[in-house]
Design a protein around this ligand. Structure first.
Ligand code: GLN
Length: 485
């Protein structure tokens, strides 16, 4: 059961071969046995999960089940969930039990899915390795010496180790796609605005986007169908009708024009990653796709632009937590300022403090035009590159990450190296485009490699089709880490 697809689980539940309570207990048991090794979950709450499972069994018995009713889903600890500890990987929120549900959580609850636990993550989603979590590093099930990627590393590790059938993640510059690649699973960051950010703790609001992480493109399509949809409580939520993302899965790929951005194939990618990507592209040629060279000349600026804009937005967003924690106790303005200082010193980890510093700097008088405004202008150029390139192709492909998973500790003292983990993913984030990663083989030390698929705006169904057709003729997505059986 623990390795079944969402469709298989749904059928088993509908035919009453298994109950949601039984299924939930099986995953809770797996978490109990294996989580100590991977540290993929921050919070597990058997009572809350089982109550949801009981409720799901009633919905199924009443014949009112939706496809994911009764299925346990791991939720990234960035999503506020009523009565659940919601930490966002931070000491700052280590005692925050959310009084309300995020839009995404609400949607899963509405269809009777089961929250199987809150997954570990980089503090406030800032990181690429999960080493910035206050709750300790997450380990990669393919090799416990390796990082799982970040910031949605707990979700990636949980799915790779089959501690949950599927999970949610969030992606600001690569946080769904890079951990999916490093853990050998599939993940999609939808077009900006498709998934509600209400109750999803903000990092950089113009970039943050929730999305699913799962074993296959088909599973992602089912998850995405639950997660997307207009939410009036999120001012950037798009007013679009909900879609059936499974509708195009079976379409043949003949005639598909795959754009290969020449800048992504130039240098930077390690040999083992390049080899796996070339093999995957060959597979697509066999499926009838044609390759077109395209150019994204400004994409090389995406990391510097991202590291001006994301910290700028983060520093404004994070200052609110000081207020939440201490504001009501202050007796005067000076008193409040002292509390803020103390709160920041004690509550935030080193990486978050670094971001606040950068953010405050680039927004300050005298530097605002030179950094913040200039970065916004380059962001527009990066976006325009994609608009132009999509005139020549239907979809783009390249590596998700320049290397396979690195070792825990290997990059933690070198922020620039760490930031470069998102060299291939951050441009699509800045443009608000959907991006996806699928497993395409193994590189150095037998660690997974991911293929990055970038779609045009709102082309999620097409991207899932393109990934699914590949998964029909390959079995990389079905490989299990040793010891996971
Ligand atoms: N690794 C990037 C960062 O640290 C992106 C993180 C994310 O997408 N949330 O900011």
């Amino acid at each position: 059961m623990f390795n079944a697809s969402l469709k298989q689980l749904s059928t088993q539940l509908a035919e009453r071969k298994i109950s949601s309570v039984e299924l939930t207990k099986e995953f809770l048991q797996r978490i109990k046995t294996l989580n100590a090794e991977y540290n993929a979950f921050i919070t597990v709450n058997e009572a809350l999960s089982l109550a949801q499972a009981q409720n799901a069994d009633q919905i199924i018995a009443a014949g009112q089940a939706n496809k994911l009713t009764g299925i346990p889903i791991a939720q990234k600890d960035i999503f506020c969930a009523k009565d659940w500890l919601t930490t966002c990987g931070s000491k700052m929120l280590s005692n925050f039990v959310s009084p309300y549900d995020a839009g995404v959580i609400e949607r899963f609850n509405q269809i009777g899915a089961v929250n199987i636990g809150k997954t570990n993550m980089d503090e406030f989603a800032m990181g690429s390795s999960n080493e910035t979590s206050f709750y300790g590093p997450v380990r990669n099930p393919w090799d416990v010496a390796a990082v799982p990627g970040g910031s949605s590393g707990g979700s990636a590790s949980a799915v790779a180790a089959r501690l949950a059938p599927a999970a949610t993640g969030t992606d600001t510059g690569g946080s769904i796609r890079q951990p999916a690649a490093l853990c050998g699973i599939s993940g999609i960051k939808p077009t900006y605005g498709l998934v509600s950010r209400y109750g999803m703790i903000a990092f950089a609001s113009s970039l943050d986007q929730g999305g699913p992480m799962a074993k296959s493109a088909e599973d992602l399509a089912l998850m995405l169908g639950v997660m997307t949809g207009f939410d009036a409580r999120d001012s950037t939520s798009l007013q679009r009708d909900s879609e059936d993302y499974t509708r195009d899965l079976e379409k043949p790929l003949s005639g598909l024009r795959i754009g290969l951005p020449k800048e992504y194939f130039a240098k930077g990618m390690s040999k083992d990653v390049e080899c796996a990507v070339e093999q995957a592209l060959d597979e697509y040629r066999k499926l009838g796709a044609e390759m077109v060279e395209v150019s994204l000349p400004n994409s090389q600026l995406s990391i510097p632009v991202y590291y001006v804009l994301a910290p700028a937005e983060a520093s404004s967003n994070l200052s609110r937590f000081d207020g939440v924690r201490y504001g009501h106790r202050a007796k005067s303005y000076d008193d409040l300022n002292d509390m803020y200082r103390k709160s920041r010193a004690e509550g935030f980890g080193a990486e978050v403090k670094r971001r606040i510093l950068i953010g405050t700097y680039v927004l300050s008088h005298g530097y605002y035009d030179a950094y913040y405004i200039k970065a916004q202008k380059v962001r527009r150029l990066i976006t325009q590159d994609f608009v132009d390139a999509f005139k020549q192709c239907d979809i783009m492909m390249g590596p998700t990450s320049p290397t396979v998973a690195f070792n825990i500790g290997e990059k933690s003292s070198d922020p620039i190296q760490m930031y470069l983990s998102d060299i291939y993913t951050s441009a699509a984030s800045l443009a608000g485009l959907p991006g996806m990663s699928v497993p395409i083989g193994f590189g150095d030390k037998n660690r997974p490699v991911g293929l990055h698929i970038i779609g045009n705006y709102f082309k999620e169904a097409q991207m899932l089709n393109v990934a699914h057709q590949y998964q029909l003729v390959t079995d990389w997505h079905q490989r299990l880490p040793t010891g996971i059986d």
